[in-house]
Design a protein around this ligand. Sequence first.
Ligand SMILES: [Zn+2]
Length: 72
Amino acid sequence: MNRCLKCARPVPADEIAITKKLVNRGATSFYCADCLAEHFQVTRADIDERIDYFRRMGCTLFAPAAGKEETA
Ligand SMILES: [Zn+2]
């Protein structure tokens, strides 16, 4: 399990993916959504929106929206 570089919380796959998108595609250390939000001075909801956005775009870094509402 990858842990947040800043707060040491476990970082779920989507948050690893958004770190790669927002920070560095080749990132090998990751931040949780809360720390990313703080780093970019946005809200946690903004990070979640970005995750949803990239997922909807079909970005392969993000897991398909399993168990979430889908607009199929
Ligand atoms: Zn963190």
